[in-house]
Design a protein. Structure first.
Length: 168
C-alpha cells in the first residue's frame, strides 16, 4: 500500500474508491504520455481517392480512452506518490476555485490493471480536470481547485525516455 505522510494514497480526494484501491494495490501502474487530440478528430493530410477526408487509424492497443498513447512506462512507487500527492490537494474540497477554460485535453494518464479490471485516470493540467475510467467506461471526473504545473509529470516521462504530448 502506498502511503503519503501516513495517509492513504488518495484519501480525502474525489478519486473513486475502486480507482484509489487499484492505484494503491496494483502490482504495477503505468504512466502514459498521450496525445490530447481525440483520435476520432484526427485526420490524414491527404484525401482518399474520392476526395474525402480520411480519419487517422490508430490500433486500439495504442489508445487510452480515445487518445493516442505516445509512450508508456511502469511508474516507480515514489513517482506515483508524487503525482498523486500533487493532485490530491487540488482534487479535495467542496468546490473548484477555477472554472474550466479549455476543452478537456489530457496529456498524461495513469493505468492500473487490478482484480480483472482496468482503471485509468486521465489528467488535463491545462483545464484542471481529471477523468476516471473503469474498464473503459467513464466513472466521472473532478475539477481541480487549482492547477498544478505539469512539470513534475513531464520530468518523470522524460526520465523514462518517453515523448511529451504536443502543445497547442
Amino acid at each position: 500500500m502506498l502511503l503519503i505522510a501516513g495517509a492513504c494514497l488518495c484519501s480525502g480526494s474525489r478519486i473513486p474508491s475502486d480507482l484509489r484501491q487499484a492505484l494503491e494495490l496494483a502490482p504495477e501502474v503505468e504512466f502514459l504520455s498521450i496525445d490530447p487530440r481525440p483520435t476520432d478528430r484526427r485526420y490524414l493530410p491527404e484525401l482518399d481517392k474520392d476526395g474525402n477526408v480520411q480519419a487517422l487509424q490508430i490500433p486500439a492497443e495504442r489508445q487510452c480512452e480515445g487518445h493516442e498513447i505516445l509512450g508508456s512506462m511502469t511508474i516507480l512507487p515514489e513517482d506515483l506518490r508524487k503525482i498523486v500527492a500533487q493532485l490530491q490537494l487540488p482534487l479535495s474540497g467542496p468546490e473548484p476555485l477555477l472554472r474550466n477554460r479549455c476543452m478537456f485535453s489530457p496529456r498524461h494518464a495513469l493505468r492500473a490493471p487490478y482484480k480483472g479490471h482496468v482503471f485509468e485516470m486521465l489528467i488535463c493540467y491545462q483545464c484542471g480536470e481529471v477523468a476516471f475510467y473503469r474498464d473503459h467506461v467513464r466513472q466521472g471526473y473532478s475539477e481541480m481547485r487549482y492547477r498544478p504545473s505539469p512539470d513534475l509529470a513531464n520530468t518523470i516521462l522524460q526520465k523514462g525516455g518517453l515523448p511529451l504530448a504536443p502543445r497547442d
